[in-house]
Design a protein around this ligand. Structure first.
Ligand code: T3D
Length: 263
């Protein structure tokens, strides 16, 4: 696909989407949003794809919204900062959060502002040792967006989330891991290879089961225990009836690696 603000490639069941405006630290523009939507559509509809990696080109993951991009105006003719969120960021975050395949945010470098929160909407966040995350909004007198005020308190607790958002400090990868925001940190030299290896693992895994696991965990945020237990039973029924579950048990008995088809 001929994109200008991202690069997307698919190999071995993994679609890798790289934000690709390195001279602007991959800051988000309307064009980048539109291209990202198209790349996610393609990855979702391609049955051969079972994992999507979102990363950045050059030295950053992304510096958030491009602060040089023209402001959207409200009906009163004044800049309307909420309009871009409603048009671009909010649908993107909901889309990533509910994406039916495994999503990995690979923080090759700084993840700042809205892009930090887009990364947190992914299932797994991996970081290069030199990466950092910054809820930079308050530095420019803005409120955290792209779901940060929703996801951060749920991951790190309200107090820590407030500290991250009020100070707008740059938090190094190792501390992000200690806080549970990042799953694993890898040295920069091996980061790309480690990300690719984990993505391939998911691409060879039971895709339908992954989707059901995601559904269960996402629903747990609002369900009470009884409702969640019933959901687990319903989802287990579906997983147990899948070709992959039959293969998984058979492979275990035959002492060989399973060959999953994602259904
Ligand atoms: O519609 C709306 O605006 C509301 C939505 C808001 C959502 C948000 O994401 S708000 C948060 C926006 N992002 C920021 O506030 C971060 C701004 N950038 C920085 O603070 C710093 O660039 C970094 C801390 C990320 C990195 O610093 P450093 O020293 O490593 O790099 P640098 O020299 O500042 O940046 C390199 C270039 O990228 C530079 O351009 P130049 O001077 O070489 O021509 C810089 O201007 C450009 N750049 C960095 N971030 C952005 C950007 N250009 C446009 N937009 C950016 N966000």
């Amino acid at each position: 696909m001929a994109f200008t603000a991202i690069r997307a490639s698919t190999a071995e069941g993994v679609t890798t989407i790289a934000l690709a405006r390195p001279e602007r630290l991959n800051a988000f523009t309307s064009v980048m949003h539109a291209e990202l939507r198209e790349a996610l559509d393609a990855a979702e509809s391609d049955d051969a794809v079972r994992c999507v990696v979102l990363t950045g080109e050059g030295r950053a993951f992304s510096a958030g919204q491009d602060l040089g991009e023209e402001r959207m105006l409200g009906t009163d003719g004044k800049p309307d900062y909420g309009a871009r969120l409603e048009r671009d960021y909010n649908p993107l975050v909901e889309r990533v959060y509910a994406f039916p395949k495994v999503t990995i945010a690979a923080l090759n470098g700084p993840a700042v502002g809205a892009s930090a929160n887009i990364a947190l909407a992914c299932d797994i966040v991996l970081a290069a040792r030199s990466a950092y995350l910054q809820e930079a909004f308050a530095k420019i007198a803005l409120v955290p967006d792209a779901g940060g005020t929703w996801s951060l308190p749920r991951i790190v607790g309200a107090k820590r989330a407030l500290a991250l958002m009020l100070t707008a400090d740059q938090i190094p990868a190792v501390e992000l891991q200690q806080m549970g925001l990042v799953y694993k940190v890898f040295d920069d030299a091996v980061f790309a290879n480690e990300v690719a290896a984990m993505a391939r693992r998911f691409a060879g895994g039971p895709g339908m089961t992954y989707r059901l696991i995601k559904e269960a965990v996402r629903a747990s945020g609002t369900n009470d225990l009884k409702t969640q237990l019933q959901l687990e039973a319903n989802l287990q029924r579906k997983a147990g009836a899948s070709e992959d579950a039959t293969e998984g048990v058979m492979a275990f008995r035959e002492k060989r690696p399973p060959r999953y088809k994602g259904r």
